[in-house]
Design a protein around this ligand. Structure first.
Ligand code: DOR
Ligand code: ZN
Length: 353
């Protein structure tokens, strides 16, 4: 007797706990790629200018809803962008009013639109004390910006120099180390307290740093934190598929226009939203862990954030699908925005119904 692999996978509707939906024409072009599969998403605040006030967050939420068809049911969960001077009372007010659910800490100059980020973590102690008191999660881009530190070591050094001391100073703070890329980060989170969690992207589960240099320079595989060695990719796959509730889905889908990716100084970011759940499903199946996909994609995140699980279900079919090399997505005016999706030119084994 041979056992046939399942042809269909029904999952509680997942959420994306880290995404860049952008603004303007780009928002209008990409919002549906996220909303068609995810019930909710933690939306990053690194717009230009960044989201640092309750009023700006409210207005951004409206623009996100306007970019989607009526009744899409998608719920954006907004975040506040921390600066050296942001007022903790503004953060607490936005939290109490339900406008934003978490704060994002970008070390200044770590990545896209982070120039206004935090210069000194110690200097925002009153903000961190407020977050600890009101139970609002702190989401961290965990890389040092010290140019003396090798770019492939910046996450591990951040953990040692900043994250460990921060958790020591604020033991009650709920922290998500975003888009982890190293075995060091996975180990640190696994052995840390229950109020520490991490998101893992599909691209860091699929590619190692060789992808950026395969036959030439490949900007579509450049993101931050940058992909690391194969041993780190394997450690991330083990963490994501382990069933540990501190690891959950966060795509870090980060679309940039072609010209911005292929420039003299190209932007960091991989646009993985269109095939995100299929991308994760491919990893979980290859690791013989499809039975753990639902926990990672649909349960661990809401439990960490203290939110209800989604009621809806999605269905994945075992139907190979080719990912196009380019996507032409329309903005509200019908103008096409051209983007290269993650997995361009590959065939994925599962297809979202
Ligand atoms: O690759 C990235 N792109 N990493 C980030 O941290 C930011 C993001 C973006 O906004 O483009
Ligand atoms: Zn991000």
């Amino acid at each position: 007797m041979t056992v046939q692999p399942a042809q269909q996978l029904v999952l509680r509707q997942p959420d994306d706990w880290h995404v860049h939906l952008r603004d303007g024409a780009m928002l209008q072009a990409v919002a549906m790629a996220t909303a068609r599969q995810f019930g909710r998403a933690i939306v990053m605040p690194n717009l230009s200018p960044p989201i640092t006030t309750v009023a700006a967050a409210r207005a951004y939420a409206t623009r996100i809803h306007e970019a989607l068809p009526d009744g899409s049911g998608f719920q954006p969960l907004l975040t506040a962008y921390l600066t050296d001077t942001i007022d903790p009372r503004e953060i607490a007010r936005g939290h109490a009013e339900g406008v934003w659910v978490a704060c994002k800490l970008y070390p200044a100059h770590a990545t896209t639109n982070s120039a206004a980020g935090v210069g000194s973590i110690e200097a925002i102690t009153p903000v961190l004390e407020t977050l600890e008191r009101i139970g609002m999660p702190l989401l961290i881009h965990g890389e040092v910006v010290d140019p003396e530190i090798d770019i492939f070591d910046r996450e591990a050094v951040f953990i040692e120099r900043h994250l460990e001391p921060l958790l020591g100073r604020h033991p009650g703070l709920r922290v998500v180390l975003e888009h982890i890329t190293t075995a060091d980060a996975a180990d640190f989170v696994r052995s840390g307290p229950a109020n520490l969690a991490a998101t893992i992207t599909p691209h860091h589960l699929h590619i190692n740093r060789n992808a950026m240099f395969r036959g030439g320079l490949r900007p579509d595989f450049y993101c931050l934190p940058v992909a690391k060695r194969e041993l780190h990719r394997l450690a991330l796959r083990a963490a994501a598929t382990s069933g540990d509730p501190r690891f959950f889905l966060g795509t870090d889908s980060a679309p940039h226009a072609r010209a911005a990716k292929e420039a003299e100084c190209g932007c960091a970011g991989i646009f993985n939203a269109p095939y995100a759940i299929e991308s994760y499903a491919a990893v979980f199946e290859a690791e013989n862990a499809l039975h753990r996909l639902e926990g990672f994609a649909s349960e661990h995140g809401p439990r960490f954030y203290g939110l209800p699980l989604n009621d809806g279900r999605i269905t994945l079919l075992r139907q190979p699908q080719e990912v196009p090399s380019r996507l032409h997505l329309n903005d509200a005016a019908g103008q096409a925005v051209d983007l290269v999706p993650f997995h361009a030119g590959e065939t994925l084994p599962w297809r979202l119904l």
